[in-house]
Design a protein around this ligand. Structure first.
Ligand SMILES: [Zn+2]
Length: 374
């Protein structure tokens, strides 16, 4: 048994209410500040070739707030304003990282945002007060949320979020200490992610991509097509847009739910889980667009979180390790194996190998050898 400090989010939905318009008004101001800062940064860059640090930006915005033209910015509260500036700073940082190292960061600098697309703001110590039960004061106004689970820990930040389907959430980011159990089962497993089966284990378990998921994706495609036929600016288009957003929301909810159940199931069975270090870009090139729908990386981050809580170790295997091409029995490497070969016979030892199970066994062996934490 050991103690571990973790950062965790608790997300609760606010009750639908007319007073949620109050949040819309705040988001509108946040978007205005965002766009003002982006415009300034671009102009400054054009003139000097330099960038303004978030700290200098904060000083500048504070000075602006004092002017009559911008006094309404004060309604957002200074912490939420600082949050806007910090977000811009983080976005630029990620963009500069990408310039330095093409593999990381974001590909384009932050852009102007429509007020309707600006979806959240974050408060730190001030601007909110949590009362007992499901009652919170945000910037002087009272809200109630659906408390579907108890919260535990010290609240670090409070984020208010509006989804594209018009739902409002309050997200508490907390720091808390959890008790992690010692290794329990002594079992280790290798996982291979794929298209036919969502994942295959080294113990020959195949977990298929769920049928409902495929159906939901068909719905999404239909909603996309429907939207593309609507006239810009029309009410019909707005309705079609909402329809599409609802489809996405539905898929991401059931998918997340399924991911959690699968991850918990795995970490309860195994003390060690070995996975391939995913390179989503390379997988897309190899397998086509579909890969992004399967959201392996989302699953991996859920798996890592649940593993952490249950005391399971996750090891990653270098993405260049030829897990499918290597015979798990004798180590022979079969070059020229293509994606459509679902099984193959090793010419060296004669073993008949299922492509995915073979890969999972190799990932397990390699992961246990190198022990690189994921
Ligand atoms: Zn062999």
């Amino acid at each position: 048994m050991k103690y571990l400090n973790v950062v965790q989010n608790y997300k609760y939905r606010l009750y639908d209410s007319k007073r949620n318009r109050f949040i819309d008004a705040k988001l509108k101001i946040a978007a205005e500040i965002w766009n003002h800062c982006i415009a300034l940064l671009r102009m400054y860059y054009r003139m000097t070739g330099k960038y303004i640090s978030p700290n200098r930006m904060k000083v500048y915005v504070t000075r602006l707030k004092a002017r009559t033209k911008y006094t309404h910015w004060n309604e957002l509260g200074s912490q939420a304003i600082q949050d806007v500036v910090e977000r811009i700073g983080r976005s630029y940082e990620a963009f500069f990282n990408h310039i330095k190292d093409k593999k990381n960061g974001r590909k384009a600098p932050p852009k102007f945002k429509k007020a309707s697309n600006y979806s959240s703001f974050t408060l730190k110590q001030a601007g909110w007060k949590l009362h007992d039960d499901n009652h919170i004061t945000l910037m002087g106004k009272d809200f109630r949320f659906i408390k579907h689970r108890e919260m535990d820990g010290i609240i670090k930040t409070v984020t208010v979020k509006r989804t594209s389907t018009g739902k409002y959430f309050v997200i508490f980011c907390v720091e808390r200490t959890i008790v992690v159990p010692d290794a329990r089962t002594g079992n280790a497993v290798g996982l291979d992610f794929g298209l036919k089966s969502f994942l295959t284990t080294s113990n020959n378990d195949k977990i298929p991509s769920p049928e409902w998921y495929k159906n939901a994706l068909t719905d999404i495609r239909a909603a996309h097509k429907n939207l593309s036929h609507k006239v810009k600016g029309s009410n019909n288009r707005r309705r079609a847009k909402r329809e599409l957003a609802l489809c996405y929301e539905y898929v991401s909810n059931i998918r997340e739910d399924w991911f959690y159940k699968l991850a918990i199931d795995l970490v309860k069975q195994y003390d060690i889980i070995c996975i391939e270090d995913l390179n989503i870009d390379a997988m897309k090139r190899l397998w086509g667009r579909k890969i992004s729908d399967l959201a392996f990386s989302e699953f991996v981050s859920i798996l890592k979180w649940e593993a952490l809580k249950h005391g399971t170790q996750v090891y990653k295997v270098d993405r260049f390790y030829p897990s499918s091409k290597t015979c798990s029995c004798c180590g022979y490497v079969k070059h020229g194996l293509v994606l459509k070969d679902r099984s193959w016979r090793c010419p060296n030892c004669g073993k008949e190998l299922d492509r995915d199970v073979n890969a999972a066994i190799n990932i397990l062996t390699e992961g246990l050898k190198s022990k690189v934490p994921a």
